[in-house]
Design a protein around this ligand. Structure first.
Ligand SMILES: [Zn+2]
Length: 231
């Protein structure tokens, strides 16, 4: 991009988003770091210049903060890559990177087997406590804490009810893996079976327990008698 052929970022007839983009190109340069103070000095009269700068991301501009690049200080950002020339007429916003495309939605639903991953209800099924409302699946963003402690946001199918109730849900993958690690060999095998079936089937031991509990007293005694040597 030839900076000297571009409109001036000082031209106050241009919109703030355009001026911010031009300032990045002319004064900062791709790949360079700038500070909040520098940005504010360049645009002293513009409230929320930080936010206008972030709007550039909708046009494919990559501006990293400490969140994307831990090497940056809290007051620094990096103009990593220029996006669409917002100063040119007719430059349309790109789809926000944060929004979920129709293709992504279909992929998530398919992968999650068209059930709500929070309560297990299937798309279109009626909630058991209310025969008139049926479940509609939507995409939720789940914060997942990885075993290393870093957080990521992953997409999951969730029904309308759970979405309302579970916005702050954070999945702790490290804790779950540690819990699985603490299982005994038998429990672990059962757990693997549930994962394969993607549902919790009654384990043999639970079926046997149910059958034992429903036995008449005499027969329960007979079972106890058989197991006497184990206790
Ligand atoms: Zn649900």
């Amino acid at each position: 991009m030839e900076a000297d052929q571009l409109p001036s970022w000082r031209d106050e007839s241009l919109s703030t988003v355009k001026r911010a983009a031009l300032w990045l190109v002319a004064e900062v340069g791709e790949g360079s770091v700038f500070t909040k103070a520098q940005l504010r000095d360049a645009f002293p009269d513009i409230a929320q210049i930080d936010r206008r700068m972030r709007d550039l991301r909708d046009y494919g501009w990559q501006i990293d903060t400490r969140r994307e690049d831990p090497h940056l200080e809290a007051h620094e950002q990096r103009f990593t890559q220029a996006g669409d020339p917002v100063w040119a007429p007719g430059t349309a916003k790109r789809q926000r990177t944060g929004s979920v495309s129709a293709v992504q939605r279909r992929e998530v639903f398919l992968r999650d087997d068209y059930i709500c991953r929070s309560c297990g209800i299937a798309a279109g099924a009626r909630y058991s406590d209310d025969s008139y409302e049926s479940a509609q699946l939507d995409i939720a963003r789940r914060i997942v804490v990885k075993p290393g402690g870093e957080e990521s946001v992953e997409l999951v199918a969730e029904c309308n009810r759970c979405r309302v109730g579970g916005r702050a849900l954070v999945a702790d993958l490290g804790k779950l893996l540690a819990g699985i690690d603490s299982l005994g060999a038998l429990e672990r095998r059962v757990f693997v079976g549930w994962i394969k079936a993607d549902k919790r089937e009654l384990a043999l031991i639970e079926r046997l327990w149910g059958e034992y509990r429903s036995l008449p007293a005499e027969s329960r005694d007979a079972v106890r008698e058989t197991l006497r040597s184990d206790s």
